[in-house]
Ligand binder design. Structure first.
Ligand code: 13P
Length: 255
């Protein structure tokens, strides 16, 4: 049984004070959600502030990016060891915004995922097609290739820890959620590829959906057999809204 995992990707939002206020308001709202992994990914500047508030709770901390080297002359970058020091248990890698706006490649994502696993952190590896790629029938080819190359440095013994986030680019921040059926179709393909690449460990890997997930649509997405969680942008910025997503069983499927 795959344990649901709900992650908040705050992107470039919230000062330290705002992030800390979110965490203080959010913790009491989710204390009765022990069967779901809950992850907050603030900006790098707010990691420490959030870490101090959630320490000792079941809510975990994620970074939005990482550099694979241990240390060195990499101005502006943050290492796995530095994230460990801040209390991070997870890091998002290969988000489509990093791929399209900052030129992050599958090879870099593979290095990052490898370094995170070596440091005991869970990589959340993002994949997803553009609208043009979907409309020209390339979704499976694009996502399949991203998956294979981004996970090329993960071995089967570690695979089970890795989380894959399927985020169709056309659904991010647009209010256009993929229908549960469209999302499931790609998740099923991803599941099959993970199984082929990693065997049994591959079928146990969790696959999140991301792209305009909201309290109103989360239950119908989670009702799909291969959707194991959500990576949430806009609707994770308010404690009440993200806590409703964490408590997705309380929301009515199909609403
Ligand atoms: P939205 O939930 O704002 O569409 O963002 C999705 C996303 O990119 C999460 O990583």
């Amino acid at each position: 049984m795959r344990r649901p995992v709900m992650a908040a990707n705050w992107k470039m939002h919230k000062t330290r004070g705002e992030a800390e206020a979110f965490a203080r308001a959010f913790l009491p709202l989710v204390k009765e959600a022990p069967d779901v992994d809950v992850v907050l990914a603030p900006t790098a500047t707010a990691l420490d502030a959030v870490s101090r508030v959630i320490e000792g709770s079941h809510v975990a901390l994620a970074a939005q990016n990482v550099h694979p080297a241990e240390q060195g002359a990499f101005t502006g970058e943050i290492s796995v060891g530095m994230l460990q020091d801040l209390g991070c248990g997870y890091a998002i890698v290969g988000h489509s915004e990093r791929r399209t706006l900052f030129g992050e490649t599958d090879a870099q994502v593979a290095e990052k995922a490898h370094a995170l696993l070596a440091g005991g952190l869970v990589p959340i590896v993002c994949v997803g097609e553009s609208l043009e790629q979907r409309e020209t029938g390339q979704t499976f080819a694009v996502v399949g290739a991203q998956l294979q190359e981004s996970l090329s440095k993960v071995d089967a013994a570690q695979a089970e820890k890795v989380i894959v986030a399927y985020e169709p680019i056309w659904a991010i921040g647009t209010g256009k959620t993929a229908t549960p059926e469209i999302a499931q179709e790609t998740h099923a393909m991803i599941r099959e590829r993970l199984g082929a690449q990693f065997g049994e460990a591959g079928t146990a890997m969790r696959i999140q959906y991301g792209g305009s997930v909201k309290p109103e649509n989360v239950a119908s997405l989670m009702a799909q057999p291969d959707i194991d969680g959500a990576l949430v942008g806009g609707a994770s910025l308010e404690p009440e809204s993200f806590s409703r997503i964490v408590h997705f069983q309380r929301e009515t499927a199909g609403a």
